[in-house]
Design a protein around this ligand. Sequence first.
Ligand code: SF4
Length: 78
Amino acid sequence: MYCKDCKFYKFYREDDIWDDSNFTKTGRTIKLGECTNEKIRYTDQMENDDELIYYDSEDYSAALYVGELFGCVHFEGK
Ligand code: SF4
């Protein structure tokens, strides 16, 4: 039940920050992707007791990145 095997996990190779060249340049050893599950979302209003919400002090927007070996109860296989 790892994020890397979940249908909500998106690893954007074309991402400006986390593409392969930067990954190599920075010597990072952990690949991370974005969780697109709507149970985990950017807001300050929780609507259900089975979700995770997050927001920042600027109240603008933020993406949620997870490591390949993270996982949660909302996992759904690809
Ligand atoms: S955090 Fe949960 S829902 Fe999101 S990609 Fe990982 S296992 Fe899937």
